[in-house]
Design a protein around this ligand. Structure first.
Ligand SMILES: [Zn+2]
Ligand SMILES: [Zn+2]
Length: 551
């Protein structure tokens, strides 16, 4: 295999290297010089390059993969909600446990101050299969306004919070939003999508600069532990915070910072949209390999779990008859944003959860493409609706669209999904095999920061936490699943020549794994440990006790 000229600081040898090169070749050794991979090949061949300062690392047959890429993750928002100021529900198994955790927080919080809950926990492990309502919350926190956002789409408030927010049962519900009421017409405290944005967000405490920075640091550490060397952050003008940490040399992983999607365009007249897009500044690709300006995204066309925009009315009647979900922006607005993005050279990343939303986004991308070609822009559709029709697959392929799928979120959320989608739709969500076989690239991502190895296991098995296979006919091969989290992720950010595989000349980003995801028994893929993560030619993480670099 090819080489470059510099003298290496590391040679990892006696290893099982999954290069993810175009032929998906295996190798035994990797030499790293500076921040680049200098050589990949057989032990004897690569070891010849060792100089006096080269550190030789015998990996005793351990597996090396390209550093993982999480191509769609709301990392910084997730990081904020994992900070100690937020109530965490990871250990909760019932509504009672959740309320107890909130009550404990209330004891140490001055009366009247906001308490916020983290929406990142294992929904399906809560035995009631739902979230607490306003009256239950009132028992735990009568004197503090309490709010939590769940997956960015659902909001849950207690009575005090509704009072502070000024939301009553008579408040007008914004288009693209929904407010839940009980049979007496009383607010339950749960609200969806644009109702969260309009009724709650403007009055919730603002995240401080220190919190944003802490969140990035927290997620950086988490990523490195999971072998993730690049992440594409969604939704939020976080570029300046990332830039600040980059200047201090504290950016542990590579980031693409996408521009704020939905909330930048709510209530904006269509005629003002082109200017709003112009004002975004850094166009997709500006920056460097550590920090790039990204797409406009994610931009929401519809709801997510509770309110995807569907062709057919929902089977359940919890929203009333003929309910087909929520459209977050009208079609004109979406088209105007996409057209302005095409004009300015931005990549687009539009969320489409329901089948009707997916068709609408494809329509809009096609309409825009008739005015400004977007075929080489690698525009993305996130989630990708449900099972696409052959016609949708063809349209996506013709437009060069990448579908970003998040199989890992179903790990402990699939039962919750089923309440809204039904069994059949949940089996067909993330139709990974259909897309790939139809010639449409998909990337691997987690939305919320779940381990890529668990992700690979789920793309390969379609199983959830309970061992239930959801639509096993949509399973993909182990090779493809590894590509999703490496080279296809790199392709999504136009960086496939720079990273995503272990080839001479590429950035030295890799992960050392305890076992080989290509050969371990399928059930063991999820147990594979990350022993070491190398970013930019430096060891950025080493699992304690693994002693990989010790002689
Ligand atoms: Zn989404
Ligand atoms: Zn997302």
């Amino acid at each position: 295999m090819a080489t470059t000229g510099a003298s290496p600081q590391f040679i990892f040898h006696n290893a099982n290297v999954i290069t993810v090169d175009p032929k998906f070749r295996k190798a035994r050794a990797v030499a790293i010089a500076g921040n680049r991979i200098a050589e990949v090949g057989a032990d004897e061949e690569v070891l010849k390059r060792a100089g006096p300062d080269t550190q030789l690392v015998d990996l005793h047959g351990k597996t090396v993969v390209p550093g993982f890429i999480d191509a769609h993750v709301h990392a910084i928002h997730v990081g904020v909600s994992l900070l100690p100021g937020y109530v965490q529900f990871n250990d909760c198994r019932s509504i009672g446990d959740m309320l107890a955790a909130i009550a404990r927080k209330a004891e140490s919080t001055p009366r009247g101050e906001w308490i916020q809950g983290s929406g990142h926990f294992d929904f399906d492990l809560i035995q009631e299969g739902r979230f607490p309502n306003r009256w239950e919350l009132d028992r735990a926190v009568p004197n503090h306004p309490f709010f939590m956002r769940i997956r960015g789409h659902l909001g849950v408030a207690n009575s005090k919070a509704l009072e502070v927010l000024g939301v009553t049962k008579n408040s007008p519900v914004p288009a693209g939003g929904y407010v839940f009421k009980d049979e007496r017409g009383e607010l339950t405290g749960l609200m969806l999508d644009n109702a969260v944005y309009d009724l709650a967000m403007p009055k919730l405490p603002r995240t401080t600069r220190e919190e944003w920075l802490s969140a990035i640091r927290l997620m950086n550490q988490r990523f490195l532990r999971e072998g993730i060397t690049s992440a594409v952050n969604q939704s939020g003008e976080t570029l300046s915070y990332l830039q600040e940490l980059k200047e201090r040399g504290e950016l542990g992983t590579r980031w693409q910072a996408n521009h704020q999607g939905s909330s930048n365009y709510f209530h904006r007249p269509v005629e003002d949209i082109a200017k709003a897009v112009r004002d975004l500044g850094a166009v997709t690709g500006q920056g460097d390999a550590w920090l790039r300006a990204g797409a406009i995204g994610e931009l929401h066309s519809d709801g997510l779990i509770e309110a995807p925009w569907m062709h057919e009315p929902y089977a359940q009647d919890q929203f009333g008859p003929n309910w087909k979900g929520l459209l977050r922006h009208d079609r004109e607005t979406l088209r105007a944003i996409c057209l302005a993005a095409a004009d300015r050279g931005f990549q687009m990343e539009v969320h489409a959860s329901g089948d009707a939303a997916m068709e609408m986004v494809l329509d809009i991308y096609e309409e825009v493409n008739r005015q400004v070609s977007v075929r080489d822009r690698r525009w993305l559709v996130t989630h990708g609706g449900i099972l696409p029709t052959p016609r949708s697959v063809e349209r996506a392929r013709n437009l060069g669209i990448i579908v970003s799928t998040q199989q890992p979120v179903l790990w402990t959320q699939s039962h919750y999904y089923k309440q809204f989608w039904g069994e059949k739709a949940v089996a067909n969500v993330f139709a990974n095999r259909t897309w790939l076989e139809g010639g449409v690239l998909i990337n691997g991502s987690s939305d919320v920061g779940i381990s890529p190895l668990l992700g690979i296991y789920m793309y390969v098995t379609r199983k959830n936490f309970f061992g239930e296979a959801l639509g096993p006919e949509q399973a993909i091969s182990r090779e493809e699943a590894i590509k999703l989290f490496t080279i296809y992720g790199a392709y999504s950010t136009f960086e496939e020549r720079l990273k995503g595989s272990i080839e001479a000349g590429k950035l030295a980003d890799l992960a050392v794994l305890s076992d080989d995801p290509l050969t371990v028994p399928e059930e063991k893929i999820k147990e594979i440990q990350v022993l070491m993560t190398v970013v930019d030619g430096k060891i950025a993480y080493e699992k304690s006790g693994s002693a990989t670099t010790k002689p």
